[in-house]
Design a protein around this ligand. Structure first.
Ligand code: V47
Ligand code: SF4
Length: 359
């Protein structure tokens, strides 16, 4: 019979837990016991180090043909609030970021009906010219698949051309919940979960590192979350190309999803991060994205298995358009203080987790 004790014994012995055991943890109430176990797993992997990076997000356009039900960021072309940044403006922001000590730009946007694939290649080239020191982490699997459709190039060719234009790695967005039944409810126009995994596999095979996200706290069940993580764990066994797992707490404002709840609870946030740390034994990093969690839960999560706080971000649209109450940006000093006050060692990293300096 599965109990917290049998799971704990397995984890302490360094064994992998099963999906059934992960589901058992979701249904268990002892948050502190789960957290302690997750903290142990993390301590073995990362010691007391907690990573962050100095980065800037740029969202070139919010015009998107998909219009996922949960997304408050996207607009239809011509609608009030629709925008597309000029290349000059994208470069200005990248240059400014580099000047302020950023090592990374994080670029994701909507699926624009009129921009050609060449625009995205040119964006990467232009950033590389104007801010050559920045690592460019850009485009979710959903965007890569869209580029392949609009250019009639294979996924492999799209990736090859983007890499030669300056793409350094890919973020983990677009995964939502990979279970098809859930996708049909929250993002029916989006590529399937199987296709998301296939594109990420091809990205890993082409040498790119990526992250993986999980949008939680909407219509999904704990079993869906476990199934999602199981798919990621299997792919990671195969490719080893994932760097961090990032659960994204659903922000409910301005969404077409009509839910009875107003966002995730702190308890659910911590439990989800802790179970992810225990279950995803082949991921090195679990990231608490403070934008969606708020600074306080993100800080507490450092005692529940988390070892990465993302970055300074500077301007955030996706969560804030959906009512996130966190600030738009944290200073480097602010992140360092937050980590130190949790009794951990802040380590500034680059996108590929090479340490830059510790504090
Ligand atoms: O794919 C959209 C999510 C994602 C909402 O890889 C929402 O380092 C919460 O993927 N409430 C994009 N989430 C952001 C993303 C990301 C962020 C930070 C770091 C990294 C990384 C990746 O945002 C989308 C979607 O899952 N999202 N709307 C919302 N209302
Ligand atoms: Fe478009 Fe992404 Fe928003 Fe879906 S989540 S509507 S694909 S921008």
């Amino acid at each position: 019979m599965t109990t917290l004790e049998t799971i704990s014994a397995k984890v302490r012995a360094g064994q992998r837990i099963t999906p059934e055991e992960a589901l058992f943890l979701f249904n268990a109430n002892d948050l502190l016991a789960i957290g302690e176990l997750a903290a142990l797993v993390n301590e073995r992997k990362n010691g007391k180090n907690v990573y962050f990076n100095v980065n800037r997000h740029i969202n070139p356009t919010n015009v998107c043909v998909n219009r996922c039900a949960f997304c408050a960021f996207s607009r239809t072309a011509g609608e009030d609030g629709a925008y597309t940044l000029a290349l000059d403006e994208i470069c200005r922001r990248a240059r400014e970021a580099e000047g302020e000590g950023a090592t990374e730009v994080h670029i994701v946007g909507g699926l624009h009906p009129d921009l050609a694939f060449e625009f995205y290649e040119e964006t990467l080239r232009a950033i590389r010219r104007t801010a050559p020191k920045l690592h460019i982490k850009a485009f979710t699997a959903v965007e890569i698949e869209y580029f392949s459709r609009i250019s009639r190039l294979t996924i492999e060719k799209v990736l090859e051309r983007l890499i030669s234009a300056g793409l350094g790695s890919m973020p983990g967005g677009g995964a939502e919940i990979l279970v098809e039944e859930v996708r049909q409810k929250i993002c029916p126009e989006k590529i399937s979960g199987a296709r998301w995994l296939e594109i990420i596999r091809l990205a890993h095979l082409s040498g790119l590192k990526t992250n993986a996200t999980m949008l939680y706290g909407h219509v999904e069940t704990p079993a869906d979350r476990v199934a999602h993580m199981e798919m990621l764990r299997s792919l990671q066994d195969e490719t080893g190309g994932f760097q961090a797992f990032i659960p994204l707490a659903f922000q409910t404002e301005n969404s077409d999803l009509k839910l009875d709840i107003k966002g995730t609870s702190g308890l659910d946030d911590l439990k989800t991060l802790a179970i992810a740390r225990i279950f995803l034994d082949n991921f090195d990093h679990i990231k608490a994205y403070w934008i969606m969690l708020g600074e306080k839960i993100a800080q507490v999560s450092l005692a529940f298995g988390v070892n990465d706080l993302d970055g300074t971000v500077v301007e955030e649209k996706i969560g804030h358009d959906a009512g996130a109450k966190s600030p738009q940006s944290l200073t480097t000093e602010g992140i360092i203080r937050l980590i130190k006050n949790a009794g951990k060692v802040p380590v500034e990293r680059d996108t590929l987790y090479h340490p830059i300096r510790s504090f």
